[in-house]
Design a protein around this ligand. Structure first.
Ligand code: SF4
Length: 359
């Protein structure tokens, strides 16, 4: 055995021992149902475990099978995903469920190539499902695993460069292949180490099961690795939104296909970057009338990818005799049943909290 092979074997053994004693008890770890594992993996993309838990439980309760997911209305799919963000994940999940019903008679495929063909599933997710649900020796490499591997092996080149990325996939392959038929546990141990111990800042090296094998720990370079260079600068964006009430109903609109948060609902709003927004003037430019009165609501701040968004919201009641602008006019209880974008859901909550005062 070469020194490299010995190192791989030691890492595998230490990871498996640690994982069997320290794995978190997560509901999708209590099942081998490939559909349930698939849903968890899609939800966990860009989202933390504690956020995903209630969404996964609710999804599995409402849509317990591939067939149920394939048949559900688009509104139901979006409502179940409301608050998780990155909604194309939900749409792809449903398209994939429909393909599984049509092509695989509703049975989630077990072949890696078939899994990889499904919408919304890349090499990482296909590897995760193959290994976790079917215990196949398919490697995984996401941001967490990349961080763990660059540190353990002391790789100081940019992990996103083609050659280094290929090297990392190779190492991930060697690890899972050396796991002696514990592919599911091995890949999950890498994920778990990245989530709990080998943190981006302040990794908990003292309690790490592979510190003896870890180059970054031994050479005191944990803060330098992975070498991911400069981050994309953040961009500030400002929007003004209006909660327009007329005869007890509120004006809302659905975001069109092909834009961020497509299909979700929101209150009318407009981007006002770089201008000192006079809300009344913005309202007139949108609706062609001057609002009787505009009451400011607490400003909502949130982030989407590199954007830091400030959403200033105002509410107003049109007079009975005012002509209502065209659009969807709904009573508050109907608004509640729609899937809103995260920021506009916060505005809706403010409306619900103060509804009796306002109406
Ligand atoms: S020793 Fe520290 S840097 Fe190395 S893998 Fe463990 S937690 Fe990460």
């Amino acid at each position: 055995m070469t020194p490299h092979q010995r190192k791989i074997s030691a890492i595998v053994k230490n990871l498996l021992d640690w994982f069997s004693a320290n794995a978190r008890d997560l509901p999708w770890r209590r099942t081998r149902d490939s559909y349930a594992i698939w849903v968890s993996e899609i939800m966990l993309q860009q989202t933390q475990v504690k956020t995903v838990l209630p969404f996964w439980e609710r999804w599995m309760r409402e849509l317990p099978t591939v067939e149920a997911a394939a048949r559900a209305s688009s509104d139901k799919i979006h409502k179940l995903w409301e608050g998780l963000g990155y909604y194309s994940r939900a749409r792809n999940l449903q398209r994939a469920a429909q393909i599984i019903v049509a092509k695989h008679r509703g049975k989630f495929p077990s072949k890696f190539e078939d899994i990889l063909e499904l919408p919304g599933i890349g090499r990482y997710t296909a590897g995760a499902i193959s290994s976790i649900a079917f215990n196949q020796p398919a490697p995984i490499l996401d941001g967490n695993v990349m961080r763990v591997l660059t540190r353990i092996f002391g790789i100081d080149r940019d992990p996103r460069s083609k050659e280094t990325n290929a090297l990392l996939w190779q190492l991930a392959t060697e690890l899972v292949e050396r796991s002696n038929n514990h592919c599911s546990a091995l890949n999950q141990s890498l994920m778990e180490l990245g989530a709990l111990i080998c943190l981006p800042r302040n990794p908990q090296c003292a309690g790490c099961p592979v510190k003896k094998q870890c180059v970054a720990f031994k050479t005191n370079r944990t803060a330098e690795l992975p070498n991911i260079g400069k981050r994309v600068p953040v961009t500030a964006r400002r929007f003004v939104a209006f909660l327009v009430e007329h005869r007890g109903k509120y004006l809302v609109r659905q975001r069109p296909q092909g834009v961020v948060n497509a299909h979700l609902w929101e209150f009318p709003n407009v981007e006002v970057n770089g201008t000192a927004a006079d809300a009344a003037a913005v309202f007139k430019s949108q609706f062609g009338i001057r609002p009787p009165e505009l009451q400011p609501l607490p400003t909502v701040k949130h982030s989407i990818t590199r954007y830091r968004i400030t959403l200033e919201a105002y509410r107003t009641s049109l007079r009975k005799e005012d002509r209502a602008p065209k659009g969807f006019w709904l009573v508050p209880t109907d608004l509640d049943s729609l899937a809103f974008t995260a920021a506009h859901r916060k505005i809706l909550r403010q409306l619900n909290d103060g509804a009796s005062h306002f109406l």
